[in-house]
Design a binder for this molecule. Structure first.
Ligand code: NAD
Length: 478
């Protein structure tokens, strides 16, 4: 397939091509076009025109039907989407086929369902007199779309995270200009084809490819014609985007990095806690924002937990690579730093040898560390690889303190069979999401997002619709 921009309902490839790399083998995997400022400008203009044209006049029911056609279109080309996601990310095929692509279609269906059969959301309140005033008034507020929305997404769950923003943005009636990660542009291009075939009016959805800083990403987020920015990626990138957006006071919704804790209490089902931590630390080789990198285990079960987690980590196979040579080097630099900081390497810590083409790819070993002080950089900084540090704790109070001792606050996991403890501990954790005896169990209507350096705002269900629309209050004196 050819990676193409999609602007004003047309596919094009202007801009210098840049190379794509297969993370499994390190080999070349085609090219993508680098959108110059002029293409970004045109995409924003097309989006604006769509709002005052056919797209701006659609009803919620029409948008709901359009989202459903997009979901069906993804299903109809399911294998192509899976192939493209696997090629770009190197992730195991099973992961793409059971998580990424079905969830992408699910994102459109979730918002189609939310919109179906309901009028534009209007809230009405009657206010019988107000302080210092006379008479009565009828107040009602209607929500209207923000306008042109920029969507910037990362490489780890390329289509899933892109559609998680595009679906509610379109549902609320906005026009979108999306820029996927330069590392993983393929499924976004297929999505543009599906949206085109689904018959969305030209300009409702636009796609530009390219890099972030000083390139398409920055052109888009600093654009005066953009009314809101929805971004998922690193916290440092979020800060750069915020600076860029400040001149136009553009509202932002941010899903950023994490250094997620898991708390394992001595009363937990240890089999479930070990299983769950294998998943939460090593799924997609740790390249999911929700992955656990800090595990705190109550002292009586600490040794048993570490031994079993280490054994499971050593036996893992079939895992995918890091996304790039650069990211592999970053993760390996943390493996070395951990040792310099005094860690005991319980499992992994290096580069696996497969004896085949994968040895030129970007794999690192699933790694379990112990013995580091809390102030160690390895315990504080997001690594975004298949690695966790396990430390003991003695009291519930200490466990909560350790969990909260982080600049991040995205997702936490609590393992306990004590129901009262679960209810006591969960709300005290400074985190947008707390899972009890599970990990990454998702209901798309629930609020999703982080506190502290992990983000601004919430996505999911009505939360996304609230971000992507603005209430206008109408007050009528009676
Ligand atoms: P990244 O921040 O490097 O890039 C994300 C996107 O931003 C890319 O499309 C990139 O081109 C663009 N970008 C980079 N610099 C930019 C700039 N100055 N202006 C505008 N756009 C710019 O992130 P990544 O490496 O692709 O993804 C990994 C990070 O994403 C991790 O930190 C991870 O925790 C985070 N993440 C968070 C969530 C969440 O829901 N909270 C989900 C997935 C990933």
């Amino acid at each position: 397939m050819r990676v193409r921009h999609y602007v004003g309902g047309e596919f094009r490839t202007d801009g210098a091509p840049f190379p794509l790399v297969d993370p499994v083998t390190g080999g070349e995997a085609g090219t993508a076009p680098e959108a110059p400022q002029a293409v970004v400008d045109e995409a924003v203009r097309s989006a604006r025109a769509a709002l005052s044209g056919e797209w701006g006049a659609t009803s919620p029911e029409e948008r709901s039907a359009a989202l459903r056609r997009i979901a069906d279109g993804i299903d109809a080309r399911f294998e192509e989407f899976v192939d493209a996601e696997v090629r770009d990310t190197g992730k195991p095929r099973e992961l793409a086929a059971t998580v990424d692509i079905p969830r992408a279609a699910g994102n459109f269906r979730a918002y189609a369902d939310l919109l179906y059969g309901r009028p534009e959301r209007a809230y009405t309140t009657t206010v019988p007199g107000w302080s210092g005033g006379t008479g009565q008034a009828l107040n009602y507020s209607v929500r209207r779309p923000l306008g042109v929305v920029a969507v910037i997404s990362p490489w780890n769950l390329p289509l899933l995270l892109l559609t998680w923003k595009v679906a509610p943005a379109l549902a609320a009636g906005n026009a979108v200009v999306a820029k996927p990660s330069e590392e993983t542009p393929s499924t976004a291009t297929l999505l543009a084809e599906v949206i085109h075939d689904a018959g969305l009016p030209a300009g409702a959805f636009n796609l530009v490819h390219g890099h972030g800083a000083d390139a398409a990403g920055a052109f888009l987020t600093g654009h005066p014609g953009v009314d809101a920015i929805a971004f998922t990626g690193e916290s440092a990138t979020g800060a750069a985007i915020m600076r860029n957006a400040a001149d136009h006071v553009t509202p932002v919704s941010f899903e950023l990095g994490g250094k997620n804790p898991a708390l394992v209490f001595a009363d937990a089902d240890l089999d479930a806690a070990v299983d769950g931590t294998v998943r939460s630390s090593f799924t997609h080789s740790g390249q999911i924002c929700l992955c656990t990198e800090r595990v705190y285990v109550e002292r009586p079960v600490f040794d048993a937990f570490v031994e079993r987690l280490g054994e499971r980590a050593r036996k893992l196979d079939g895992y995918g690579p890091m996304i790039s040579a650069e990211h592999r080097d970053k993760v390996l630099s943390y493996y070395r730093l951990a040792v310099e900081e005094g860690a005991t390497v319980v499992a992994g810590g290096g580069v696996p040898v497969f004896g085949d083409g994968r040895d030129q790819g970007f794999h690192v070993e699933p790694t379990v560390l112990t013995g580091l002080p809390e102030q160690a950089r390895t315990v504080r900084e997001e690594i975004f690889g298949p690695v966790c540090h396990v430390a003991p704790f003695d009291t519930e109070e200490e466990a909560v303190r350790l969990a909260n001792d982080s600049e991040y606050g995205l997702a936490a996991t609590v393992w306990t069979r004590d129901l009262s403890r679960a209810h006591r501990v969960a709300p005290r954790i400074e985190s947008g999401i707390v899972w009890v005896n599970c990990w990454n169990l998702r209901d798309l209507r629930t609020p999703f997002g982080g506190v502290k350096a992990s983000g601004i705002g919430r996505e999911g269900g009505e939360y996304s619709l609230d971000f992507f629309s603005e209430p206008v209050n109408v007050c009528i004196q009676i």
